[in-house]
Design a protein around this ligand. Structure first.
Ligand SMILES: Cc1cc2nc3c(=O)[nH]c(=O)nc-3n(C[C@H](O)[C@H](O)[C@H](O)COP(=O)(O)O)c2cc1C
Length: 173
């Protein structure tokens, strides 16, 4: 049965333990297509997603992410890159950082629908990841995302979150 968006949002969690099982190509393609279809500032699509499956590279990526070992357990690591990090929107925010983040969140939810687990990785050494993957210096790695079958299936659990009352206000700060 297909998950609703609401269900995908609710069962998604950060997966830090993966089965040693390949992700079928067609599932991976659906996940990547969710990124392709995501919105971006002025539809610039200033992004690139590197799909890493090579064991040696995953090992190196893991080291560059301060030894977060579960990253190399996953059969695939997607590396989200902003092509033009210096481009700012009129509000002063870097558009490609926002764009890549939205696209990667689309991928996380699509992966959930496909029965796959993901984890956003923001703790990594920028220059080391660039070196490992040959990413030109003018670009910026926004996030790493291991993806694979979770050892513990995704299911509805209570999330530790602030209440709506704490994070929302109406008509003023
Ligand atoms: C910007 C960002 C950076 C993160 N970096 C890491 C990371 O380096 N390692 C990790 O294990 N989890 C990382 N996470 C996952 C968060 O810890 C996790 O999303 C949060 O605790 C909520 O848990 P949940 O994803 O299971 O709902 C990151 C999440 C975000 C959004």
């Amino acid at each position: 049965m297909r998950l609703s968006v609401e269900d995908a949002i609710s069962i998604r969690r950060s997966v830090r333990s993966y089965e040693r099982k390949e992700v079928p190509g067609e599932k991976l393609e659906k996940v990547l297509d969710a990124a392709r279809l995501a919105p971006s500032a002025s539809n610039r699509q200033d992004w690139k997603f590197i799909v890493v499956r090579d064991e040696e590279k995953k090992e190196k990526i893991c080291k560059a992410a301060y030894g977060q070992d579960f990253i190399k357990e996953a059969p695939v690591v997607i590396v989200g890159v902003g092509l033009n990090p210096d481009h700012k929107m009129s509000c002063g925010i870097s558009s490609s950082t926002v764009d890549v983040s939205i696209a990667m969140d689309h991928m996380m939810l699509k992966a959930t629908e496909e029965g796959l687990g993901t984890c956003w990785i923001g703790a990594f050494e920028q220059e080391k990841i660039k070196e490992i993957l040959g990413i030109p210096s003018q670009h910026q790695v926004v996030a790493l995302m291991p993806i694979g079958y979770p050892k513990e299936p995704l299911k509805k659990v209570e999330k530790s979150r602030k209440s709506l009352g704490e994070i929302v206000s109406y008509d003023e700060w």
